[in-house]
Design a protein around this ligand. Structure first.
Ligand code: FA5
Length: 350
């Protein structure tokens, strides 16, 4: 048996030294370590040995099996590396002296409108905040007065990660962190909280001319003593007339969101059809653009702010829809389509 073992070992070493590609190496692995492989057969052949011999020989075969496994793995690594090097060497040389023939790129229209909104709000004293796209259930729902199993969650189904976190379905998910970040300045120094936070949002929903599964919103909040709906309307109007550089027709109607009370829907007259009705506005002549309202006392409390002393407004502007209205884009899906021809026509006015 020992001779057989030595012969298997010598044969394996010879074959490993000669093998030149990963496919042949895999065949070798199967031939030695597979179910019917020669090393496996050595183990099977031990049944006729005495107990003492079994102990001694079994140990030797196991050592050989371990060595064979390691050597094959090592060889596989070596062959793969060689294959990568071969591929790199076969690539055509990169000629640095060839003149570049690249056209200048352009900003995505969402970036242009986002920057425009940031500029407008900054000029009115708002901070611009950045927030993660991956958030916790608490940030996205619980801190916004949307407990587990609340029906409002149905409107915002999103993509969940295995660790329980989720891709944020609305920029409101940053509200709690913003309140906590600025509450001390508000309480101790009397500085109002004024912040906007644009961001990418995700929803598990069917797409159409005005709905995407990935889109941008821009949230805004203001908290201080005696903030009222009039402040909210003033800031909304100022922003829209600056973005459109003309008077735009808007309407305010009641809207329900568990994190505001009272809540409103701010719709904009559809700029694609002039209010006549078209697929972009679902034939209503109006497009839901910016829900808003007075921040719910429970949401302020969750952010560490006393609702008896402070009030505030919040809005969630549909940035991608604003882009559609500003530039007359009929189908929201064109904005994520990746067509450079379509996207490069937008230019920075600045
Ligand atoms: C919200 O997301 C609330 N967080 C907004 C809010 C903030 C209310 C603060 C009150 C206070 P809603 O689901 O309606 O609400 O979305 C807000 C806006 O985002 C919509 O008016 C629309 O302009 C845009 N939006 C929503 N879903 C989509 C979508 N699938 N594709 C493109 N835009 C969308």
């Amino acid at each position: 048996m020992n001779e057989k073992l030595n012969a298997v070992k010598a044969e394996l070493e010879k074959e490993l030294a000669a093998v030149e590609n990963a496919a042949d190496l895999e065949n070798i692995r199967v031939a030695y370590l597979g179910k019917k492989g020669s090393i496996t057969e050595l183990l099977k052949g031990m049944k006729d040995l005495s107990v003492e011999e079994k102990k001694d020989f079994g140990q030797k075969v196991n050592i050989l099996k371990g060595e064979a496994t390691d050597k094959i793995a090592e060889k596989m690594q070596e062959l793969k590396q060689k294959e990568i090097e071969k591929e790199i060497n076969s690539m055509p040389e990169f000629d640095l002296s060839v003149p570049a023939n690249l056209e200048r790129g352009s900003y995505h229209p969402v970036t242009l409108v986002q920057r425009e909104c940031e500029r407008i709000f900054k000029s009115m004293g708002f901070n611009v905040e950045d927030y993660s796209e991956v958030v916790t259930d608490y940030e996205c729902f619980e801190a916004l007065n949307i407990p587990k199993h609340h029906p409002a969650r149905d409107m915002q189904d999103t993509y969940y990660l295995e660790n329980g976190q989720l891709l944020k379905s609305h920029t409101s998910a940053a509200q709690n962190a913003i309140y906590k970040k600025y509450k001390d300045d508000l309480i101790n120094e009397g500085k109002p909280i004024k912040a906007i936070f644009p961001g990418r949002c995700f929803r598990n929903e069917a797409t159409d001319a005005c709905h995407e599964n990935t889109f941008f919103q821009m949230e805004g909040v203001m908290v201080d003593k005696d903030i009222s709906i009039s402040n909210l309307i003033f800031f909304m109007k100022s922003m829209l007339s600056e973005v459109f550089k003309r008077d735009v027709k808007v309407r305010l109607r009641p809207g329900f969101f568990p994190f505001v009370e009272p809540g409103f829907e701010l719709d904009i007259s559809c700029a694609i059809c002039g209010g006549e009705g078209c697929p972009s506005c679902k034939h209503s002549g109006w497009l839901e653009l910016c829900p808003c309202g007075m921040i719910h006392p429970e949401v302020l409390k969750a952010g560490g702010i006393d609702p008896e002393e402070y009030t505030g407004f919040a809005f969630g502007l549909g940035l991608t829809r604003l882009v559609m209205m500003k530039y007359g884009v009929k189908d929201i899906r064109d904005l994520n389509g990746g067509s450079l021809k379509a996207l490069s026509q937008f230019t920075d006015d600045e």
